[in-house]
Design a binder for this molecule. Sequence first.
Ligand SMILES: Nc1ncnc2c1ncn2[C@@H]1O[C@H](COP(=O)(O)OP(=O)(O)O)[C@@H](O)[C@H]1O
Ligand SMILES: [Mg+2]
Length: 610
Amino acid sequence: MQKSQNKDSYTKLSLIWDFLKGSRMFFLISILAALFVNGLEMISPQIIRATIDSVIGDKELELPLFAVSLVERAGGIKTLKSHLWLIAFTIVMLATGSAVFRYVNMYYNSRGAEHFAKTMRDRLFAHIQKLPFSWHMKNQTGDIIQRCTSDVDMIKNFISEQLTAVFRIFIMIALSLCFMFSMNIKLTAVALVFIPVILGYSWAFHAKIQERFTKCDENEGVLSAIAQENLTGIRVVRAFGKENFERERFEKQNQIYTNEWMKLCVVLSLFWGTGDLVSGLQIMLVVVLGSYLCVKGEMTAGEFIAFVSYNTMLVWPVRSLGRTISEMSKAGVSVERICYIMNSLPEQDKPDALTPDMRGDIDFDHVSFGYGSEKILSDVSFTVKAGTTFGILGSTGCGKSTLMHLMNRLYDLPEDGGRITIGGVDIRDMKGEWVRQHIGMVLQEPFLFSRTIAENVGIAKDPVTLTEIRQAAAIACVDESITDFTRGYDTLVGERGVTLSGGQKQRIAIARMLMQKTPIMVFDDSLSAVDAKTDAMIRGALKAELADTTVILIAHRVTTLMEADCIMVLDRGKAAEMGTHEELMERKGIYRKIYDIQMALAEEVEQNGA
Ligand SMILES: Nc1ncnc2c1ncn2[C@@H]1O[C@H](COP(=O)(O)OP(=O)(O)O)[C@@H](O)[C@H]1O
Ligand SMILES: [Mg+2]
């Protein structure tokens, strides 16, 4: 994947911290509430211990001073003995308090997490909008979508389940240990020995889980990309009867993906199994040793029961810490995948980028370019005089669209690849957005949004009236076809315009561009899907409308561009011939050859049809 990274690029931590903006307060409240829950939970075992030892037994009451004075105020141990409900009531009150704080904890945690996920999705989408066209060409749509959905969810779940949990865990461990130490040092030492063991094996599994999860995530991306491509190209798949081939391709990748998850599950099962074994051993040791100490009289029965409670409160958090580590491994992978997007450089203009008048001459000056190492254009030079029509003729793949991508700054011309100037200003010195705002472009296979025809045509102008839309459509010779639809301009264009013919789509796209009223207009093979008669009609209408517009007309049909003020023949990335139709005809070069062939073909078709 691409190397270019932001100067102040995100690390995994700084990314999370930044995305937490706006939800930090929610998490803080949630964490505070969690601390209260823990504090309250820690009190119950002490009440049980005191009850067993001093209310049921005869040991002197060992509680903090404020608790002792509370008991005194209630009437001392004697009253407690005859009113056991007082103890039950205290425990219920503690449980209620704990429940309230737990609610606050969960509520603010969810709020924080949802807000966090929303911020993350918004920021990702906004950033992707700004990334250069070349980035989009390099990265598969399905994979990008997966990063914005699955990966975002993975991180959200980690934050919502683990962020406050981590704080709770540490507090639980610290408090449990305090109480345990206060009751029996020897037994605490035994319980403690296991903590490094549990943490140790969690850490050891961490790397393995991370490695496995990366594989799962990558393969999910590949699977999404396959599905996305298939759905986008479903018509081609059907037309060529490739359903089985596509199904097999999907199934194969799905199998790989499933296998990767199975491997991850094996690692996770081993991880949790080992955890059960280790913590089981720890609890067994504490119980056995505790009973022994009780029998020897070094511990009271109440202390023993309270100790075992605290031990459970210790073991679970330590094990959860293991879980946190394993979840962290998974979330870490997702964060990295999102970092990749956020750290990809958005399209950047020079600091003092210009916004000059775009009605000047367009000059391609020794332009050479290749997408990779292979040269697509070599040393192409030509000038389009302002307000004239310039035709480019060439076979498919000779680099016509590439010329336009460069002029539109979808791809940037390298410093040593010559210059493209408009009105004498190098387009590299202009704002990218400015360039595209002033160059209208219609492509051979235009993309229409799944909205109404009116919305598609009027997309570039706001506010827009139906009259304006219809005017543009009339020039593009499509108004009649549209009004023939039962819903007229309110007809919904299916996903990628399934309900429209190629020619209709091209003409709607032409109307859409006309709405922009740009000083430069490019028709990149955009009359290829309409018949010769409509082609001529559209050109006639455009000529009248676009008197002072600079027009670049790209075609492989000579008749489409023979009326242009100047025509260039592009042959395998080189400007082979240039001149008016008459000049080129006289030269008897490639142009003449193409013309003769096409005319002969047209005649043949006419004769056969007649
Ligand atoms: N984004 C791209 N990445 C790599 N190669 C590309 C890209 N776009 C076009 N090409 C290649 O560049 C050459 C010229 O393409 P293009 O300019 O679209 O030709 P034309 O418009 O004349 O049919 C072709 O060989 C094509 O395969
Ligand atoms: Mg093309």
